[in-house]
Design a protein around this ligand. Structure first.
Ligand code: URA
Length: 256
């Protein structure tokens, strides 16, 4: 059955109908190797080979889940128009169209999940779910007792007061300290801004846990697949239904 290209892309889970139109108009979509920019063009999805930026659109792409130990110097996006290294460069063998669950700054390292499961991503990032993230920050100067109390109770940032945090000083010599901080919000540069607000400069930042997952056994720059038990746990935290293995999965695309 012939359908408009943007509808095929939207049904395959590539993008919303509107964003699919933009992908087409911007020349990202090819049918049988020829770029199609006409929005009304119709095709039989079963009979042609549709790619988006060279990635094959598949009706039955499996969900995949990875835990990455992100090094500094990689940006947390799927593409960069300035040619900078992205976290996807660290998982070159993954053919599915994965993306990061939330973000880490270019100069932050540590635990980052990547998946093509939009429902799980949305659930884990939804403020209502209050998913914990733990960071270790090297800060200068070492925070005072008053600063630690402020971090714990919530500090006023330009986008509002932060929720209470768990804060623990791991080491300190007065001039510098290593501080572990657990938050459940996910605002932009939140940890750096929280420390700045109490007079401390963050010299290094590493995320050590996300949703109870840790970096154990995953060296810097490496990644591993999540286990089924971890996925069950994450879906519980995200407040979404468990996937039934026998059921068909949502659509997506994969590299070919
Ligand atoms: N908070 C920050 O300031 N940076 C990050 O990358 C993550 C949390």
């Amino acid at each position: 059955m012939e359908e408009r290209l943007q509808k095929i892309l939207a049904q395959a889970g590539v993008a919303s109908r509107r964003n699919a139109e933009k992908l087409i108009a911007d020349g990202h979509v090819a049918v049988d190797g020829t770029t199609v920019t006409e929005l009304g063009a119709k095709f039989d999805a079963a009979a042609v080979r549709i790619t988006v930026d060279g990635l094959l659109v598949r009706a039955q792409e499996q969900h995949v889940y990875f835990l990455l130990n992100k090094p500094k110097g990689y940006i947390t996006t799927v593409a960069d128009d300035r040619g900078r290294r992205t976290v996807l460069d660290l998982l070159p063998e993954v053919k599915e169209r994965i993306y990061p669950v939330g973000r880490l700054d270019n100069n932050t390292e540590g635990l980052l999940l990547l998946t093509n499961d939009g429902a799980l991503t949305n659930g884990l990032l939804h403020p209502k779910q209050q998913v914990d993230k733990t960071y270790i920050a090297r800060v200068q100067p070492a925070p005072t007792q008053a600063a630690l109390i402020r971090l714990t109770e919530g500090v006023d940032l330009d986008d509002g007061r932060t929720a209470p945090a768990l804060v623990r000083v791991l080491a300190s010599d007065g001039a510098e300290a290593r501080v572990e901080i657990t938050i459940h919000e996910g605002r932009n540069r939140q940890v750096r801004r929280m420390f700045e607000a109490v007079g401390c400069d963050v010299k290094a930042l590493k995320r050590t846990t996300f949703a109870g997952l840790t970096l154990a056994g995953v060296p810097r720059g490496k990644h591993r697949k999540l286990t089924q038990a971890e996925l069950v746990h994450l879906r519980q935290l995200a407040g979404i239904a468990q996937e039934q293995p026998a059921r068909s999965k949502t659509a997506g695309r994969s590299r070919k």
